[in-house]
Structures are given as structure tokens and as C-alpha cells.
Design a protein around this ligand. Structure first.
Ligand SMILES: [Mn+2]
Length: 324
């Protein structure tokens, strides 16, 4: 059962010290939501603790306040109120560091995932929202909280990242209305675009070049895949994070229905990233190998060697596509 946004707003207004957290392996929406709400509450003179179990990725360091997000080890006092953002359940925020805070405290859960467990004392889950940041926009208006350019930039980043720059199916008229409201707060689109999309490392482009040169397509042109061997990655002297986003290239070829990326890791295991077009389901393929994700984007991990894994996953993919 959902509480109303007004109930959530009233509870927040009553609290002086508030801890905000979001899921592990933070993304644009979790960070944007924590910063957007966190900075707004600070400007209302609340004592705010922003906590995440994993560090903020370099990509999001441009967001004001990102250096104020702390690791659980640095928490020194127990807050009055704990708010979980973009988390389907407690465990999404990490490994139990929050146990001390959730037993006697009021906990608020604000999220947009359909699988949310309504785990808190007060819950606001809207699965029609494209991003948790979109819900935070509504909450700020409900609270009459100020939305500075810095707050708006964080929330806009959350919406942009969860909608693939307004390309994904989750983009609704309401998503665009909240984005429009953020634009009205004076955000600088050129600044955000440069930071998010024109800020790549040379290493990441070198990895992409390697992946594209290894690109292969099945004889029926429905499956495209590429691989990054441990040896080749070592020669380029790159880190795993430099491989982010490469998985989206095989599926971008005209007519291809499933795109795959095989990356050999230091320990010899192979990470497989799977992408497909609407109507197909790579979650099933990943699940077959003990992995998972969503219909259109999933992942799994298999024991090497690389060539064996490529053959196994290609075979499973061919079967899923119907004997092609
Ligand atoms: Mn999200």
C-alpha cells in the first residue's frame, strides 16, 4: 500500500536529522535522487547524511554535493529518519550497515521499480515514473522546498540516465513535464551534456575500437557479438570500467535482434552482456546460465575459456531465436 506524497512530505518536515541512501553500484538516478533531495533538505536547515555503500563513479563527480556522499563506515550518529531511494528492498542498499537505523526509526521508501517490496514504514512507489528523480521533483513541490540550479541538475541527470536521454519506453508526458520544470529552474544543458557524454577517457575509446574490430555477425544477421580477451585488455592497460557501454554497439546494427559482449576477466571467468530488441527476451538466456536482468538487457557470468563461452551462449541464443 502506498502512502500519499503529502504524508511523506509531512513526516520529512517533522524530522531534523535525516539519512538518505540508495542502491549499491550507484547510477545516475540513485545519485541524482539522493543529491536532489539531500541538497533541498539541507537548504531547509535539516541535518542531512547522504550514505552509499559504493563510491560515486567518476562520471557523476560533477554533481554538486557528490563529494559529500559518505560510506557507511563514516556514519557517526543515528538519524531520526531514514529514506531509501531507488531501492526495491533494504538489501539493495548493501550489506546490513543500515540494520542499526531501521529497527527503531521511521523509514521511508521512495521508488519507481515495479518489484518494490513496500518494505518501509512509509512507502511511495510509482512504477509509472521513469526515474526516482521524477518522483523527487513532485515531492519537492509538495514540500514547497526550493529547487536550486544544483538540485535541478542532479534530478535532471537522474531522469536523463534512467530514460536513456528520453529515448526509452518509460518516458511519459509526466516525465517530460518534470524535465521541463527542471529546465525552468535554470539548468545548463550544455554543461550536463558535456559532463555526461563528452567526457570519455582515451582508454574507453581504445577499448571500443578493439571491440568493434572484433565484431562478428551470424550468417542470418540476427546475432552480433564481440569479445574482449584478458590479454588484449592488458595490452591496452585498461580497467573494467573502460568497457562500460561497449555492450550497446552490437545491438545497434540494423536488423540485429540480439547483441552480445564477452569480456574475459582477470580470474579467467567470462562476463556476458546481452541486449535485444523489443519482442525478444535476453533475460531468459542469461537466466539459463545463472544470470539475470531485464527482458531487453541482462548479464551472466560463465567459467572460461573465452571461446567455449562464446560458443555456449551463441548456441543458447540461436535456440531462443528459433533455430536460426
Ligand atoms: Mn531508477
Amino acid at each position: 500500500m502506498n502512502n500519499s506524497l503529502k504524508e511523506i512530505a509531512d513526516r520529512i518536515k517533522k524530522s531534523d536529522s535525516i539519512l538518505l541512501t540508495a542502491h549499491i553500484l550507484p547510477d545516475g538516478d540513485s545519485i541524482g535522487s539522493v543529491l536532489g533531495l539531500g541538497l533541498a533538505l539541507k537548504s531547509l536547515s535539516k541535518k542531512v547524511l547522504m550514505v552509499m555503500e559504493d563510491p560515486v563513479p567518476h562520471l557523476y563527480h560533477f554533481l554538486a554535493g557528490s563529494s559529500k556522499i559518505i560510506l557507511p563506515d563514516s556514519i557517526k550518529e543515528i538519524p531520526e529518519l531514514v529514506i531509501f531511494l531507488d531501492c526495491t528492498d533494504y538489501s539493495r542498499a548493501g550489506s546490513k550497515w543500515y540494520d542499526n537505523f531501521i529497527t527503531d526509526n521511521v523509514v521511508i521508501n521512495i521508488d519507481h521499480h515495479i518489484s518494490n517490496q513496500h518494505f518501509a514504514s512509509l512507502n511511495y512507489v510509482d512504477d509509472s515514473a521513469a526515474a526516482t528523480a521524477q518522483i523527487i521533483c513532485r515531492l519537492l513541490k509538495e514540500m514547497n522546498a526550493p529547487c536550486s540550479q544544483e538540485i535541478a541538475t542532479a534530478l535532471y541527470t537522474g531522469i536523463v540516465m534512467d530514460t536513456g536521454s528520453f529515448k526509452y519506453q518509460n518516458t511519459t508526458p509526466d516525465t517530460l513535464r518534470e524535465a521541463a520544470w527542471l529546465l525552468e529552474q535554470g539548468i545548463d544543458l550544455s554543461f550536463i551534456r558535456e559532463k555526461l557524454y563528452e567526457n570519455k577517457s582515451l582508454e574507453s575509446l581504445r577499448v571500443l575500437a578493439l571491440a568493434l574490430s572484433n565484431l562478428q555477425v551470424s550468417s542470418d544477421k540476427k546475432i552480433a557479438w564481440t569479445s574482449l580477451s584478458k590479454q588484449a585488455l592488458e595490452e591496452l592497460q585498461v580497467k573494467p570500467e573502460h568497457c562500460d557501454g561497449v555492450v550497446n554497439y552490437p545491438i545497434s546494427i540494423m536488423g540485429v535482434e540480439v547483441g552480445l559482449l564477452f569480456r574475459e576477466m582477470d580470474n579467467g571467468a567470462v562476463k556476458v552482456g546481452l541486449r535485444c530488441r523489443t519482442g525478444r527476451d535476453v533475460n531468459k538466456i542469461a537466466g539459463f546460465f545463472g544470470g539475470g536482468g531485464h527482458k531487453l538487457a541482462a548479464g551472466c557470468q560463465l567459467d572460461g575459456p573465452l571461446e567455449k563461452v562464446i560458443n555456449q551462449v551463441l548456441e543458447a541464443t540461436r535456440q531462443t531465436l528459433g533455430g536460426s
